[in-house]
Design a protein around this ligand. Structure first.
Ligand SMILES: Nc1ncnc2c1ncn2[C@@H]1O[C@H](COP(=O)(O)OP(=O)(O)OP(=O)(O)O)[C@@H](O)[C@H]1O
Length: 798
């Protein structure tokens, strides 16, 4: 009879309860009971670890509820609905289907991770057995065997350490692959090939939407696109890579422990049942202390984001803030946002401390005590049935079992705790995926709406039902309406052909730049308007008041938005074809010389030494390659450059700097003009892009653009000195009482207009002077006729 049967037979002799029948039933269904125990354990663990948020999100209020509610127990129906509708699963599917290469790598690293975790669990089991054996050999005083065992124990350390380090490495690789996949997925909509300005539109949408949802408990998903792409994806990848270890490692530990117990212990079935019950009760108790991790993460990220944004603003506008002595105001803003973050972190720490206490106590000590009890049970029962007289061999076997089991059980109870703690990781993953999914969905929505406006190859400037293509730029009854729905101009009509430059004038805020936003495809062409534009986006170039400069070489500033690869390709192509003009490094340096920026080249001496005369005698036609044939000197220089014997070392254009920081506004505008000369588009939109350049050089810049390079400009400029470069005028007018501006388009004779303008100014000045004279005369008359003034001759009035 087994020890177990002996125990159960003891009370039977003294009681009238049908213990025998119960025992028979129990012995018959022992396996079923064991399985029930395992199911109980699993259910309790998953229930505690379940974190499936409600999928019935429709509006923001539902979204808010979904996060403020505690996750309800895991059911099959919820799992099914989670699988089909959850943003988390959808995001994962997107990552795995869109970027096949990353998906393959993810699968590969996951397999590696699973294999390594299996090896680790097997090693742990072996080490536990060896531990027990070592104790048994010590008790049995078998030194030789003990030493052998110790050597094996020591040697096992090599694969154990190797496995651990490999697990970490594979985890890092998994995180990297997932990050790559997720970033590529988002990038497809963030900067789409179609050239659609989704980020511009999204930012517009954000400014129009609710400003701060943090206080409402749900931060704005798209409040910070850069945070999404840089931080959230990284956090997600990191958490995803750790999850297999967090989930599988403890599960394997528990399974191996259970397996070992079922082999070595007579009480395995009962112990499992008891363990299942205790684990269920423990997880129920733990639920009371478990905070809503998803909500904590979400609010924490939003507050961090706000704090970062204020700092970024401070850095971006440092000069303006410093000159305005705005440091106190900025400090207030930073302090407030930091205080909010700090207060929330304190709350978070408090909640986590309570949770960690409950976790540690229940799982480490509660279940640990239970484990020790189970380990001690065979020793006490053996001692009891043998009348407390035990053979030494039995003692050493029992001691070995005790140590091995104790180690395994304690690690199993710890594993159970870790498994439940992985709930935090799962909830964080859900939160990150939901944020990214919503961010991606917003971008997709914008791109879908703009599929009308942009072709997939990104070749067209704009597309849509109200757009057609031609050689000209025509606006036909186009209403100018802001994204927020404000009408700026009700009906805008004008048309210009190549060679017919347009001057756009009007008061501030009437919609001059907005016209260019429509032309650039940032704002849609609203019905009943219709526009005709050149089909290729390369034919229209836009230069704003403050141009964008990348962090890179001086050469890249001129080439932008072309890449270095495109530049090299163009140079090679032009050389192969034997073009008269090759836009190579030498050409770029000449352009810099043209706008007096040669000092930016590291070795500017080279421009003024040997080649001084040449550069001075340089003709714009040579650069434009339009009318004049290239001079032999330029040919010589180009071939010298090609042969690597150039007097213009490439280092000059290779300087890397933070260009907006080291260049004055005027220099930046001149560099932007060099960019325009390099690209030589058919049309150029110049939106006050020379406002900081001295009048003489500004005229020169316009002259080179229009006359030398033959670019047709559409310019907003306030200086009358630039009028002569335009053939047509578009004048926006808006009275103080008018809701929106009207636009007048006519042919423009700058000479005549300028004469009239000067005449008008003269008349106004004369009239003003006249009015002053009349007023003075009135005053003098009044003084003379005042009755109370003592009569004296103030002036002689003839
Ligand atoms: N993205 C936007 N969303 C909503 N309104 C906008 C947006 N961009 C500009 N506006 C509004 O449209 C109006 C016209 O702006 P626009 O930049 O066209 O003026 P402008 O005529 O070029 O003025 P200025 O001479 O000062 O440059 C302004 O009132 C501005 O606030």
């Amino acid at each position: 009879m087994s020890e177990l049967a002996q125990i159960f037979t003891l009370p039977q002799q003294r009681s009238k309860i049908p213990v025998r029948k119960l025992l028979a039933f129990y012995t018959k269904h022992r396996k079923l009971l064991t399985r029930t125990a395992y199911i109980l354990i699993l259910y309790s663990i998953f229930n505690a670890g379940s974190s499936v948020p409600s999928n019935k999100r429709k509006g923001s209020s539902n979204t808010k509820n979904a996060h403020s509610k505690r996750p309800s127990p895991l059911t099959l129906k919820r799992i099914r609905s989670f699988w089909s509708r959850s943003p988390t699963i959808s995001f994962f599917k997107q990552v795995l289907t869109k970027d096949r290469k990353s998906a393959l790598r993810i699968a590969q690293y996951l397999t590696w991770q699973l294999g390594l975790l299996g090896v680790k669990a097997a090693i742990t089991l072996n080490i536990a057995s060896l531990d027990g054996k070592l104790v048994s050999l010590i008790v049995g005083k078998k030194f030789k065997q003990f030493f052998k065992c110790l050597v094996i124990w020591f040697l096992i350390g090599i694969p154990a350490s190797l496995t651990n380090s490999l697990i970490r490495k594979v985890q890092g690789m998994l995180a990297q692959s997932f990050r790559t996949g997720a970033t590529n997925t988002i990038m497809d909509n963030y900067l789409p090939n179609s050239g659609n300005s989704s980020i511009y539109q999204l930012t517009n949408k954000m400014s129009a939407g609710p400003k701060d949802e943090i206080s409402a408990g749900r931060p704005n998903k798209v409040s910070s696109p850069n945070q999404m792409v840089t931080v959230t994806i990284d956090q997600l990848a990191d958490t995803v890579s750790k999850l297999p270890v967090q989930l599988i490692d403890p599960i394997l530990d528990i399974l191996l422990t259970a397996n070992r117990f079922s082999k070595v212990s007579e009480y395995a079935t009962e112990s499992s049942l008891l363990l299942g019950l205790i684990a269920s009760v423990s997880t129920l108790v733990l639920k009371v202390f478990t905070p809503n991790f998803a909500k904590l993460t979400s609010v924490h990220n939003a507050l961090e984001n706000k704090f970062h944004t204020y700092h970024t603003q401070l850095i971006n506008h440092r000069e303006e803030i410093a000159l305005a002595r705005g440091h106190r105001r900025e400090l207030d803003l930073l302090d407030t946002s930091y205080f909010e973050l700090e207060r929330f972190q304190r709350l978070e720490l408090r909640k986590m401390a309570i949770y960690n206490f409950a976790m540690g106590f229940i799982f480490k000590y509660g279940l640990g005590a239970f484990g020790l009890m189970m380990c001690a049970a065979p020793i006490f029962s053996t001692a009891y049935f043998s009348g407390f007289v035990v053979d030494e061999r039995v003692v050493s076997r029992l001691a070995a079992d005790f140590f091995a089991n104790k180690r395994l059980l304690l690690s199993a109870s710890d594993s159970l705790g870790r498994l439940i703690y992985s709930k935090k990781a799962v909830q964080n993953i859900i939160e990150y995926c939901t944020s990214l999914y919503e961010f991606d969905a917003s971008l997709k929505e914008i791109n879908m709406l703009s599929t009308n406006c942009c072709d997939p190859d990104g070749d067209h400037l704009i597309e849509g039902p109200n757009v057609s293509y031609g050689e000209e730029i025509t606006f036909d009854h186009v209403p100018v309406i802001t994204p927020t729905g404000n009408i700026l101009v009700k009906d805008l009509t004008f048309s210009i052909k190549p060679g017919q430059s347009l001057l756009v004038i009007g008061p501030n805020g009437c919609g001059k730049s907005s016209l260019f936003r429509i032309l650039g495809g940032l704002w849609e062409v609203r019905s009943p308007g219709h526009v005709i534009v050149p089909s290729s986006r390369k034919q229209v170039f836009y230069l704003p008041q403050s141009s964008y400069f990348t962090y890179g070489t001086l050469r890249e500033q001129i080439l932008y938005p072309d890449s270095m690869a495109e530049y090299r390709e163009n140079v090679e192509f032009a050389r192969k074809r034997g073009n008269t003009v090759v836009k190579d490094d030498l050409y770029l340096m000449k352009l810099l010389k043209l706008i007096h920026l040669e000092h930016l080249l590291a070795n500017s001496d080279s421009l003024s030494s040997d080649d001084e005369d040449e550069a001075d005698g340089f003709q714009f036609g040579e650069l434009a390659g339009s009318k004049n044939s290239r001079s032999s000197s330029l040919q010589d220089e180009n071939s010298r450059l090609r042969d690597g014997n150039s007097h213009f070392p490439p280092s000059g254009l290779d300087i890397v700097a933070k260009w907006p920081d080291i260049l004055s506004t005027g220099e930046q505008q001149r560099l932007a003009m060099a960019r325009l000369y390099y690209h030589q588009p058919k049309f150029a939109v110049l939106d006050e892009c020379t406002s900081a350049i001295s009048p003489d050089l500004e005229k020169e810049c316009y002259r080179i653009a229009t006359k030398s390079f033959g670019i047709t400009v559409l310019s907003v400029c306030h200086r009358t000195s630039l009028w002569k470069f335009h053939d047509y005028i578009l004048k926006f007018q808006k009275g103080p009482q008018d809701k929106y501006a009207t636009a007048l388009f006519t042919r423009f004779d700058p000479e005549k207009r300028l004469r009239r303008h000067k005449e008008l100014l003269q008349i106004k000045a004369d009239l003003k002077k006249n009015q002053e004279l009349v007023a003075r005369l009135e005053f003098l008359k009044r003084t003379q006729s005042r009755p109370n003034i003592r009569r004296k001759m103030l002036y002689i009035d003839e």
